[in-house]
Design a protein around this ligand. Structure first.
Ligand SMILES: Nc1ncnc2c1ncn2[C@@H]1O[C@H](COP(=O)(O)OP(=O)(O)OP(=O)(O)O)[C@@H](O)[C@H]1O
Length: 220
């Protein structure tokens, strides 16, 4: 469960968003500048709300009244951006292992294998990111995020930099993650078709306010 009730002033832009989602994939939908990335950055702990609360799985990670602000590295969150942001000097296997090592988690070979199979990246393990397609890079970024055993996965336009063909190649993997990985996701997109396929709940943002919340039918 994710509960968000936050206010933030960013220059002239004011964000005031409140919603509670039990969905497996919460789609954050809105036009450019609606405040989607700012909201996701707040859930990640990268941006601090001026006022409000954020609760993940019953755990209060922000509560300005109680002066609670849990730092990003203690939130147990995975974050995948539009550009995969893999380490260019590390091969895929080392990139995948990074999240686990940073979080000081013991190796878990069963989970490692399951995620590699789920994302179909076993054949890429000894390649460097420079030798991967954009779609392959995003699959590795998803694997790296999942291997840190997050309790919530934040995906900020993960298909935004890919052409239509590559998008269609990745979408089935995201659907598989939704159905099999057992990690709730917040999925940012301004693409209605993408969200229709993936999201189980929609938060519609307009100029920093939640204008609709509900099932994917709010997109129509
Ligand atoms: N640090 C900042 N200082 C001032 N204004 C900011 C800051 N960060 C974001 N903004 C403004 O806040 C608004 C929302 O930005 P945000 O990146 O959250 O929108 P978005 O919905 O994710 O857009 P996009 O789809 O283009 O990424 C924009 O008008 C942006 O210019």
């Amino acid at each position: 469960m994710l509960r968000v009730d936050v206010e933030k002033q960013l220059g002239d832009f004011s964000l005031h968003a409140s919603f509670t989602s039990e969905g497996r994939v919460t789609g954050l939908f809105g036009a450019s500048g609606a405040g989607k990335s700012s909201l996701v950055n707040m859930i990640a702990g990268l941006l601090r709300p001026d006022r409000g609360t954020i609760v993940i799985d019953g755990d209060v990670v922000d509560d300005t009244a109680a002066r609670i602000h849990v730092p990003t590295y203690r939130r147990r969150i995975g974050y995948v951006f539009q550009d995969a942001r893999l380490f260019p000097h590390l091969d895929v296997a080392q990139n995948l292992d990074y999240g686990r090592r940073m979080n000081r988690l013991a190796p878990d070979s069963a989970q490692h294998k399951r995620i590699i199979d789920l994302l179909d990246i076993g054949a890429l393990l000894d390649r460097r990111p420079g030798k991967l397609s954009g779609g392959e890079r995003q699959r590795v970024a998803l694997g790296r995020a999942l291997l840190s055993k997050p309790r919530l996965l934040l995906l900020d336009e993960p298909l935004g930099a890919l052409d239509e063909g590559r998008k269609l190649e990745i979408l089935p993997y995201l659907v598989r993650l939704r159905d099999e990985a057992n990690v709730p996701m917040v999925y940012v997109s301004h693409d209605v078709a993408e969200l229709r396929q993936l999201a189980t709940q929609i938060v519609m943002l307009k100029q920093g306010r939640v204008t609709s919340f509900g099932g994917v039918k709010v997109l129509s």
